[in-house]
Design a binder for this molecule. Structure first.
Ligand code: GRF
Length: 217
């Protein structure tokens, strides 16, 4: 079966992108990475993608001034040119217009570093600590016009530890992200209905009821 031609959109170091590239290196994986596109020429992830032999593109938002739709039309044209079926946002730090979201609706995933719908937006780890949550994590979801509000595909959770700082928490959550994004893309690209119902719990290690409890006792 043809693999789903997937584009990854990045703005920075691209560690989630790298996790997706690694997963897709397996010919049995249902998605292939047909394009890595950055809005920042200096994004570290570009070199990682090039070293993996992938096609990369830079569409610098700065060149478009305030014309966000022109910027997005340029991205869209590149996606079409590469015959992309599915877009994965992976640390892509531009807000998308309703036009672009509508164009890729149902075909665009994002990873967000919190257990949505908690902590939409930025600085999620500091805000989770300030709120005193005991369990935190990451979410892969479909992108909708409602920022960080689209249907949830996968989540991974971990306990917040007593001495956690935003940095230590970010590091552990990032490992969760690298685990759930390849899984979510595999399931989505293979046409499994990942949106309705929670049919699989990822490694809830604590007990036979597959609960994740923090503190454990
Ligand atoms: C990740 O924490 C992701 O959840 C958020 O931006 C960060 C990107 O990191 N959307 P990386 O570029 O994938 O390393």
């Amino acid at each position: 079966m043809a693999r789903t031609r997937t584009a990854i959109l990045i703005s920075g170091r691209g560690s989630n992108m790298a996790a997706l590239i690694k997963a897709a290196a397996d010919p049995a994986y249902p998605a292939e990475i047909a394009l890595v596109l950055s809005n920042r020429p200096a994004a570290g992830g570009l070199a990682v993608a090039q070293n993996a032999g992938l096609t990369t593109a830079v569409i610098d938002h700065a060149a478009f001034g305030n014309d966000r739709e022109a910027f997005e039309r340029a991205i869209d044209a590149r996606l079409i040119e590469r015959r992309i079926d599915l877009v994965c946002l992976a640390g892509f730090m531009r807000l998308l217009t309703p036009w672009f979201v509508a164009r890729w609706e149902g075909r665009m995933l994002n990873i967000h570093p919190s257990l949505l719908p908690s902590f939409k937006g930025l600085d999620t780890h500091a805000r989770a600590l300030a709120a005193g949550v005991k369990i935190h994590g990451a979410t892969v979801h479909l992108v909708s016009v409602d920022m960080d509000g689209g249907p949830i595909i996968a989540q991974g959770a971990l306990p917040v530890l007593p001495n956690d700082s935003a940095e230590t928490l970010a590091r552990r959550v990032l490992a969760v992200e690298h685990r759930i994004y390849p899984t979510a893309l595999r399931r989505f690209a293979s046409g499994q209905n990942c949106v309705s119902g929670a049919d699989e719990v990822i490694d809830a290690e604590s007990n036979s009821d597959r609960m994740l409890v923090s503190p454990a006792s």
